[in-house]
Structure formats: C-alpha cells, structure tokens
Ligand binder design. Structure first.
Ligand code: CTP
Length: 423
C-alpha cells in the first residue's frame, strides 16, 4: 500500500478525479486529495473528503495548515503525486518552478515521482508554450497519461480530453511497481540528498543529444536522440554535488541547470569539446548519440536536385569514447568512462563486446526497438555492464535510470578508493 497525493486542478474533468481516487483506493492505496482554488469551482471538496476519508487540502492559508508545514510533511510522505486533470496553467507553473499555491509547492517539495494527466482545449494543448512545458517536465522524468480525443466541454471535437480514470490509475500503479524495482536495485544511501555521495566535488562530464552532420547549408543527417537521458544524468550528478559540464548536440528539450553547458553541432565538434574537457574530468558519461558517419564533402551551396539519383559519400567520424579509452592517463583509471550502446537486438552481448573494444569501464546497454525505451521517450530500460557485474534496470523514468547509473559509478569509485578527487 502506498500513500498517494492526487492533485485536482480547475478543468471540467475535475469530477473524473473522484474516480481516479476511488480506483487507487481499490488497489489498496491511501489517497489524499489536493485541490486548486479553481478545482473547487467544479467539484466540492466534500466529495473528495467523503471518498478519501481524509481532509482535502484546498489552500495553504487555512488555519492549522502551517502548524507542521503540511506541504513538506505530505511531500516527504507520498510515494507518488498524480495530477488529474492538469490544466495548462498548472503545467506551466510546474515547468517553471512557480509555487503560489499548495499543489505547486507540493510539486517542488516532493521527491516522489510525478504523473500528470493533462486536460485542456485542443489548441491550448498544441500551443508551443504548452508543448515546451510538457517537454521540460518530461526531461525531468515526469510521466504523462496522454489526453484522449472526443467532445470537449468547449464544444470542440479534438484532442485534450482528460484520459479515462482507469488509464490514469493503471499508469500510477505501473509507476509504483517500477519504482519499487529501482529502489531495490539501487545502492542504499546513494539516492539520498547527495550529502554522502562520492561524486561530491568531483568533475563529471556528460554528453547528450544527437549530432547533426551537414550535407549543405540547409540539410543535415541526424538522429532521434532527444538528449533526455544525458540531461537526466547531468541533473542527477549535480544533485549529488558533482561539478558538471554538459556537452550537448542540438536538442529541443532545454538542458538542466549545471555548472557549464557547451553546445556543439557535429560529431567532430563534440570530439574536440570532449577531449578538451575530459583532461579535467573524474567521470565521463557519453550519453550522446554521436553520428558514426558524416558527409565526406559537405557542399558550400545548397545542392539543387537533378533528374537522376543522388549519391552521398560518407566518411567515418572520430570515435570519441574509443579515443578517450586510449588516453594514456587511462593507466590511472581516471577519468572513469561510461558509454551507451543503443541496439535493436541482442543488446547485452553486443554491448559487452563494445565495452572491451572501446576500453571503457561501464557500458549502458539499451534496446531501442522497445516503444518504452531509448530514443525520444521519457522512459528507459537498460543493463549496466562492467567487468565484474551486470545489472538490469527495468523500465522507468530516465531520471531514475540516471540515478541507477550513477549509483553504479559511485560503487566503482569507492572500490577504487585510491582514486583521488581532482582539485
Ligand atoms: N560514440 C562516440 N563517438 C562516436 C560514436 C559513438 O563516442 N563517433 C559513443 C556514444 O556516445 C556511445 C557509444 O559510443 O556512448 C556508442 O557506441 P557505438 O560504437 O557508436 O555504437 P552504436 O552507434 O550504438 O552502434 P554500432 O557501433 O553498432 O553502429
């Protein structure tokens, strides 16, 4: 049984949140409802009180609410925060760290995973401002239940309707299940506030996103990497007290706030930036999807079409990880090198081989043929492979996968206790 907060915001679907609470209770969970002021205009708090058998939180200014700083107490106690329905306004507050009511303060204060079921008019949902907020939240590991299509309260027919309560409950139950998985798999003490992390004060270099290889001034070769996995690792390393440099290819998702962000475009740019920065690093995590080939002779002018086919000659890009693996300082085991292996079948065996061939310490294998793992999705499922141990990390948010990877990095650093932190 888990303690779950259900946030209800001011949308016409607010009445469906009653069913979400009921559904979670039927699964044996204890639920507290948190309503925004606008939500109380759609459904009375008494309805939620009767269902949850708990006082409903409607304001942070109610007498008694601050006696034990309720939002912190709840934030610490919950295993999951579900927001259904979530309006464009509340999405925007979460994405931008605005905490002007109980629910938005709770979002900032909790370390529990967050599940959001958006509901709004189709045009609002499609608006770039809202889409950007969704991407920002996804990059932080927040999970979403897709809104449905159908009649909207505003009279439109389209996408934006709150997902069915049963789907919200199923997504919540899945998240609780997988979170239990990661907690069991991760190193106790490593996923704490970062106080005791061996990464504190160390320099961590993380790469993320795709590289783009120019064909001419307007065309390029790229790949589907969103940058989310690398961003999650950079954010988690920062949380653990590391000094993080993030070298990222072009991404739509905003990078997290870290010590230094270096933007690059091509594999060659990334190679130069990484080699320059790696000299000072204690750990290098190559989560970027670096192009293996680039046009041999990019055109200075836009290439005009002809009637015939076009042949593009590609040449190999430098292998950044392999070059790091060959660095003479590797004799000291510093920097500790972590690579990724995106495969579409037989991922573990191929990754094992790649780890040895590139001369690196850890490789994170993921099967990108799965719909819920790899490129351009907020979740991942990986196997972390070292020389002595292989650890399966089941599907969960990229934030949690990042924590599992850094737990493993920490274990390796501790086992090489002689490795000094660099000044
Ligand atoms: N990598 C790199 N430099 C490159 C290409 C990849 O450093 N030019 C890194 C990636 O960041 C990743 C790992 O190497 O950490 C992936 O290895 P790679 O050999 O490129 O594997 P894939 O491209 O996934 O697959 P394959 O070699 O089978 O084509």
């Amino acid at each position: 049984m888990a303690f779950i907060a259900v946030g209800v915001t001011g949308g016409i679907g607010a009445y469906k949140a009653v069913e979400v609470c009921r559904g979670l209770q039927k699964q044996g969970h204890d639920v507290v409802a948190v309503m925004t002021r606008a939500a109380t205009r759609f459904v009375g708090p008494v309805t939620f009180e009767a269902i949850t058998r708990r006082p409903v939180i409607t304001s942070q200014w109610k007498p008694g609410m601050n006696a034990d700083i309720e939002h912190i107490a709840i934030a610490d106690g919950i295993a999951l925060l579900v927001v259904a329905p979530c309006t464009a306004n509340v999405l925007g507050k979460f994405a931008n760290g605005i905490a002007d009511d109980f629910l938005s303060s709770l979002y900032l204060a909790t370390r529990a995973p967050v599940l959001i079921a958006p509901a709004m008019n189709s045009n609002m949902l499609a608006h770039p401002a809202v889409q950007r907020n969704v991407e920002t939240l996804q990059a932080r590991g927040v999970q979403f239940v897709e809104p449905g299509e159908g009649y909207l309260a505003c009279g439109w027919i389209g996408r934006g309707r709150l997902a069915e309560p049963a789907d919200v409950v199923a997504a919540a139950v899945r998240m609780l299940g997988t979170d239990a998985g990661i907690n069991a798999a991760s190193d106790a003490g490593a996923v704490d506030s970062g106080q005791g992390s061996v990464l504190r004060g160390r320099r961590v270099l993380v790469t993320a996103g795709p590289t783009l290889e120019d064909i001419d001034p307007v065309r390029f070769l790229g790949n589907r990497s969103s940058g989310r996995m690398g961003f999650a690792i950079a954010a988690e390393a920062t949380r653990r007290g590391a000094k993080v440099t993030l070298i990222a290819g072009p991404t739509r998702v905003e990078p997290p706030v870290v010590d230094e962000v270096v933007r690059v475009r091509s594999a060659r740019d990334m190679h130069a930036a990484v080699l320059q920065s790696a000299i000072r690093a204690d750990v290098v995590v190559m989560a970027a999807a670096v192009a293996d080939y680039t046009p041999a002779a990019p055109a200075g002018e836009k290439v005009a079409k002809t009637d015939g086919p076009l042949t593009l000659r590609l040449e190999r890009t430098p292998d950044i990880l392999a070059d790091l693996g060959k660095m003479t300082s590797r004799a000291t085991g510093v920097p500790l090198l972590v690579g990724f292996a995106a495969e579409t079948g037989n991922a573990t065996a191929k990754a094992r081989e790649k780890r040895t061939r590139k001369g690196i310490d850890l490789i994170v294998a993921n099967d990108v043929s799965r719909a819920d793992a790899g490129f351009d999705v907020p979740t991942n499922a990986v196997t972390i492979i070292g020389s002595d141990e292989e650890q399966d990390v089941p599907v969960q948010s990229k934030e949690r996968v990042a924590a599992a990877i850094l737990d493993r990095v920490e274990r390796l650093i501790r086992s090489r206790a002689a490795t000094p932190a660099r000044a």
